[in-house]
Design a protein. Structure first.
Length: 484
């Protein structure tokens, strides 16, 4: 008895294992839930997604040469998941166009059937059994629908065009984001170099104060003040070093690369084409209204919403459908013939008389959606005008800031040289020297920030107008800096 029971248990387990193997996982997999409100469910971590490996041109890591922002943008466009998503959405829109155009073609199906029939006669005194089977061809074609399928196909075509323009807009957004991160990174590197220069100048002031104290013409207060200023500059260097590494990882991520990827980087250009914006703001607004891809996409969506009104209205109109089928039926037993051929053809006219006001509400819904889409398009047009207006004068302001900051830097450099000379000669005080050095450090940082802001404003204006940024062609010198 015990052996029988063990065999029964083993057989049940084997049957359960076989069922779990044969049946779909969606039916047999466990469905864990938390045991209590204060507990969490015991869930296994899902496997990592099989994302494609980053595509990096070999020349991107080549030593020497010149690296442009366009090189960084090229890598980003190849690897950024946003561009891949919008690309596949455009492909899906193209497939949807093919689906809606399929209504213009006939539908042909090949069917096969088998049937076993038992019939009784005379109160069950006689039984008759028959097996029938055979193939069948079924043809259907929508001859006339008064514009329904035409509206669906046109709406799908407009959706495809909108998806294409949306992909272009996503590409431009990625380009802008990469440019902004790139400029922020170059700005942080330049600010770090400026902070190191200020640290060197602070060390020079400390050496001068120490020398004067050793000569007996200065007090310990001068030395302490100079050392304090040098420590402050060292703190600035340490802080900016961390920002540079963080932005370096952010730029690598923007390119679709791991943050630890070592790559060649450039320096912020000193010569800028400050007279770039030669067009008036009105001309740029007009250009943006004709070139902005997101504006084109929303206009096409509004047009598509208008076409959907015709599609909804066509659901309540008559339609003419042609169908035909042909089959061969085999009989077993075959009393008179082993098979028979059959065919039929029909022409059906469908006239919707009453659908519970469904068509009426569908048309009204389509009209409301079209009005909403038109309002969204008008809203974006106003936003485009505002964006171009803002970025245009933002670039004008950035251009003036570059000029002013350069004048400030030249004046601060001259003031620092005079203050250092006066202090060494015993005419000036350490307070004057440290104030001049602090003003020079601030002026140097402002000049770097002004140049960075100019590139930032230029990229933003190009994006708002809907054209390629001229900064993509700006070459910068290349240096090697590996992540420590």
């Amino acid at each position: 008895m015990r052996a029988f029971r063990l065999a029964l248990i083993a057989g049940s387990a084997a049957a359960a294992t076989a069922c779990a193997t044969i049946l779909p996982r969606g039916l047999t997999a466990e469905a864990p839930v938390p045991a209590a409100p204060e507990l969490v469910a015991n869930l296994p971590l899902p496997p990592p997604s099989s994302a494609p490996q980053p595509s990096i041109p070999e020349q991107f890591f080549a030593d020497g040469g010149a690296l442009t922002v366009a090189d960084v943008v090229e890598v980003a466009l190849r690897n950024n998941p946003l561009t891949r998503a919008s690309y596949f959405q455009a492909l899906a829109a193209r497939a949807q166009l093919g689906i809606d155009r399929a209504a213009y073609y006939p539908q042909l199906d090949l069917n096969a059937y088998a049937a076993r029939t038992k019939q009784s006669a005379l109160g069950g005194q006689f039984d008759y059994q028959l097996t029938s089977y055979g193939p069948e061809l079924a043809l259907s074609y929508l001859v006339l629908d008064l514009g329904g399928r035409a509206a669906d196909a046109e709406a799908a075509r407009l959706a495809l065009l909108a998806a294409d323009w949306t992909h272009t807009s996503v590409v431009q957004d990625v380009i802008l984001g990469v440019q902004q991160t790139y400029v922020e990174y170059l700005n942080a590197r330049a600010q770090l170099a400026a902070a190191r220069t200020a640290l060197t100048q602070a060390q020079t002031a400390l050496e001068a104060a120490t020398g004067r104290r050793d000569a007996g013409v200065a007090t310990i207060a001068d030395v302490l003040q100079a050392r304090t200023a040098m420590s402050q500059e060292q703190l600035a260097v340490d802080r900016l070093s961390g920002q540079v590494l963080a932005l370096r990882g952010a730029l690598a991520t923007a390119m679709g690369l791991p943050a630890t990827t070592p790559y060649d980087v450039g320096e912020l250009p000193t010569e800028l084409p400050l007279d770039f914006a030669s067009k008036t703001v009105e001309e740029l607004i007009e250009q943006a209204q004709a070139a902005r891809p997101d504006l084109a996409a929303v206009r096409l969506q509004a047009e598509r919403a208008g076409v959907r009104i015709r599609s909804a209205r066509a659901d309540g109109l008559p339609s003419l459908l042609a169908t035909a089928d042909a089959n061969r039926t085999y009989f077993d037993p075959s009393t008179f013939a082993s098979y028979g051929d059959n065919w039929s053809a029909r022409l059906a006219l469908r006239i919707p008389l009453f659908t519970g006001f469904e068509t009426k509400y569908k048309v009204q819904q389509a009209k409301d959606e079209a009005a909403a889409a038109a309002a969204q398009a008008a809203t974006l047009e106003q936003q485009v005008i505002l964006q171009v207006w803002t970025s245009y004068y933002g670039l004008q302001t950035a251009t003036q800031l570059v000029k002013t900051s350069r004048d400030l830097l030249a004046s601060a450099e001259q003031s620092e040289r005079v203050a250092l000379g006066r202090y060494r000669e015993g005419v000036g005080t350490i307070i004057d020297l440290l104030a001049a050095q602090s003003a020079l450090a601030d002026a140097r940082a402002e000049e770097i920030l002004a140049r960075s802001s100019w590139f930032y404003a230029l990229a933003q204006l190009a994006r708002d107008v809907g054209v390629a940024s001229p900064a993509l062609k700006t070459a910068v010198s290349v240096t090697r800096e590996d992540v420590p």
